[in-house]
Design a protein around this ligand. Sequence first.
Ligand code: NAP
Length: 432
Amino acid sequence: MEGEQIKTIRLGFLGAGTVGGGTLDLLARRSEQIARSIGVEFDVRRVSVRNPSRPRDVAIDPSILTTDAWSVVDDPSIDVVVELIGGESPASDYIERALRHGKHVVTANKEVIAKYGAELLDLANHSNVNLFFEASVGGGIPVIGVLRHDLIANEITSLRAIINGTTNFILTAMEQGRDYAEALREAQRLGYAEADPSNDVDGVDATYKLAILSTLAFRTNVHPDQIEHVGIRELRQKDFQFAAGMGYVIKLLAAADVGPNGIEASVRPTMIPTDHHLANVKGVFNAVLIDGDQIDKFMLYGRGAGARPTASAVVADLCAVAHNLQRNVIDRVEIVHQHRPIVDFGDTRSRYYLRLQVTDQPGVLAQIARVLGEHEISIASVMQHETDETAGVAEIVIMTHQAAERAMAAALGLMRTLAVVHEVSAFIRVER
Ligand SMILES: NC(=O)c1ccc[n+]([C@@H]2O[C@H](COP(=O)([O-])OP(=O)(O)OC[C@H]3O[C@@H](n4cnc5c(N)ncnc54)[C@H](OP(=O)(O)O)[C@@H]3O)[C@@H](O)[C@H]2O)c1
């Protein structure tokens, strides 16, 4: 780039928390390298926060700090708005107005992109600006760019992902013998889980991310409300032991497939074989496994969150905007090409693991097998693991063959009414 004029691109930041602070710090440290590589320097003009007097890890010139985010969005001197506030509102309003004003937008906001990504991308196309959101899924893993650009010549048929580091940390600890409450406390102590961990442990965060990935991969708008999701709160230590004995680990699996009747998408605790590509993704790490008709299987693995990895993705997006601005083009990848129906989750099929507390007496298994049989669910294996003779209660673990979710739910409902069934303690999908 020597000899060429360095162009200045003016940035307005909304948010300077974990990711915003990390991005400002990275931009400051790598400005020379970026200028040399792409011939651009970034000038941070304004930064809006909630509390300007809050101590921050990164030094921000007080004269550019404001509490008025609209003043950043409406500032005509700003070329790119970097939205790092999070949450649906008011972030989505800021992004929309910035795009209407003809500003490029870079965001890490999974909730806004999952719920309104298709409309916002349309708006960006109409306004002739770029909307980039690499940091919204997988932190430092560049999966959005891979789906948007690198795999464009593929028909993608399946996605399997571990895309929530908090739950993967908890499940890894449970695999190692900890119980749920203890593992959650440890995650909170290390800063991997928030004081209110609901969004993570109930599978909401992973659902937003799967909606974004599925929309890009299958070129069909998949809304988070169309994705069945179940969290990890109900998992018990015992199930990890039984799973290990049968050659499985339990993961919060985000799964989406194109089937004959449309797209099947869910986020659920799932048993996956120990030799599965995702079985060794441990702790806070994330991974995305993609099946494309040209590439076959392809996996991305890395840190799914944290200031540094996420800032790396935000800065990459800023450089992509800068690159496009220099060539006077925009990234006009039309992501929603076709309408494919989303399959009702009740119609999807899986194998299942069941753990039941039953009365320890002859004929009980026959009653359970009859209920399953009436719903066309066949049993692959049954194990009686331990019996509390004094209480007269036995614990049985059943693995089924493939069955429809609706039939399984109906069979479980009926089983709960049987006098001999004390409790259905676990009900977990088993990956093919
Ligand atoms: N943290 C991660 O590892 C990670 C990874 C991937 C993606 N993301 C995404 O990145 C985004 C930011 O996350 P974060 O972890 O950096 O959040 P954070 O640490 O809570 O930071 C949020 C920032 O936004 C500011 N803010 C909040 N409400 C505002 C408002 N109404 N107007 C202006 N500023 C406001 C806060 O101001 P104060 O500083 O004054 O409080 C703070 O600077 C989210 O969309 C998140 O999902 C985060």
